[in-house]
Design a protein around this ligand. Sequence first.
Ligand code: SF4
Length: 741
Amino acid sequence: MISEIRKNLGRPLTLSEKILYSHLYQKFQIGASNRGVDYVDFAPDRVAMQDATAQMALLQFMMAGKEHTAVPSSVHCDHLIMAKSGAAEDMKSAVFTNKEVYDFLSSVCNKYDIGFWKPGAGIIHQIILENYAFPGGMMIGTDSHTPNAGGLGMIAIGVGGADAVDVMTGMAWELKLPRLIGIKLNGRLNGWASAKDIILKVAGLLTVSGGTGCIVEYFGEGAESLSCTGKATICNMGAEIGATSSIFGYDNAMAKYLIATGRSEVAEMAGKNREHLTADIEISAEPTKYYDQYIEINLSELEPYINGPFTPDLATPISKMKTVAEKNGWPVNVEVGLIGSCTNSSYEDMSRAASVVKNALSVKLTAKSEFKITPGSEQIRFIAERDGYFDLFKKIGGEVFANACGPCIGQWDRKGSDKNLVNTVIHSFNRNFAKRADGNPNTYAFVASPEIVTAIAISGKLTFNPITDTLLNSEGKDVKIAEPKGIELPPQGFGNIDNGYQQPEKSGNKSDIIIAADSDRLQSLTPFKEWDGVDFSDLPLLIKAKGKCTTDHISMAGFWLKYRGHLENISNNYMIGAINYFNDKTNLILNQLTCQYDTVPSVAKAYKTAGNGSVVVGEENFGEGSSREHAAMEPRYLNVKAVIVKSFARIHETNLKKQGVLTLTFSNNEDYSKILEDDKIDIVGLKEFTPGKQITIVLNHSDGKQENIIAKHSYNEPQIGWFKAGSALNIIKKSNQKYDT
Ligand code: SF4
């Protein structure tokens, strides 16, 4: 197939192209696509979901009427575990607090043959790397750091729940064909520099948006010299430059990791197909000709970086930190150093951090800062404990948290953080935006490699450079910490342990899906009703949103995240962040039934209860931002019949279409101003709803006057089918029924 693709395109292929083009949903699209411009349908090999995002994705999947997912899928309970008092206590508390969510996820996984990784099993991306990722594969995951699997040569992309539903139900999955950034790594890391420092440097070069819409492909002798898990760290943090994905070509480090994690047969197969799992040789010979952007980094000269505060692309070489911190007035006393997470808790990471501790103890140093460890998986926890690393960490006061996200995603019940005091922490996680670690906006969080975090925790100072600086030991002597030595893979193997995986029961013995009747976190979905074949008439305007209206304005995050599995409850945040054009206020709109002002969700519910639909109006790029499906499900649930805007963000428009909400754009943007606060709106001619045909909207003003305006739409035939059926899932369900009978 690869040679056919090469022939079709008439040129050598990058690794990303080989994988992308061999995962097309329909073969005939080959050669017809422009990078960064065209949308292409793909058929990924697998789906991964973390527990927060899996809830709504699975509730939707359940409505598709399938017996099992179209591709292998897995769910990982990692995001809901609060780090507070150490692993054992925290696990007990999480299992109690989140019982209903875990029971639900476990029962759905069991019913639909989805792999279920219990709380405590580990963090989604580490588990994927240890168990499922494979060279040449393509996967999507409902989490931004899914690209971690690029460390094993897989194109892995973070998506929203709606995309997961597409792939699990066997529909095409659409993506704008990514542009390609080639990064050649020359030389070899040495001393204190690690794989983490490569991506910290790249983040500094490309900034948080420099990789947007791109796949970053790493190659060169330096790339081959990195461990598989080091490569995964780099791919993981590609999300910090906005990259769609990041990837390395298949090499011996990947083969060793596959064999060590019990997948010799995958290594053997990959070895036989090595030429298809790396870029063609012409690409590395003339990279500027084939990549949209090209960068070279010499690893032999790379020094460790510390990135932050408040953004992962503010990169400072460790040798410059004293000057930069002083210039910016950053607080340099470090209160806590944290290592681990999905980004940096490989055996190699743990061994290098432990080596720093061992070297420090040997010269009679101990830690000035607190030190916390978040293992990425039960496998890693087990071997790090077995091989004595945790004992070393404990000697400098280290505390091991549960195998979960914890402090990386604000799930850190840190003592005193509610006082919002200015303070500094340093961690080996990937993101360091304000409030992300402990909810305190005044916590200056810096990102560095585990070995640098450990050294800095020992010194207690952000400005400590272990390459050049000495510390005063317990005997009053100036001593240096020797540079760390790491071990790539555990010499005693990964061990045969209970890794926290729940195998779905074989068919015939499936238990029921568990949702408590009085749950406020979970609610079964009811299929949306089919269109009744009648034009929409007399729909009151719900809100005319002014200016920017992102998915955050449409469906806020924060407090509302706990209702991700409960459509009715989360619909109480619908459009509460949007600005009402008529009074410049958020969440205060006219209720045409009472002539009073009320919140957007209350008015929408009042219309729904009265048996009315309603219409939402907006401006440019409506629904930009994350691809969260709630922003499209909530209006449908609240009986919003149509959203009419100057332009849509493409993903949100598609999500609305999938849920059966009519998406229209003004033919003439000036018509936005014709819509009045107390208008009733007709949308006519829907019986002749066809691709390319414009639609007439009648504005019934309260003074009795009428105005007609024209709207465009971007529906194709199948999408018109979604509208008529009430949702895309209803169509899938119908086609199953046809197939079954
Ligand atoms: S550890 Fe952090 S980055 Fe990784 S999956 Fe969890 S929240 Fe996301």
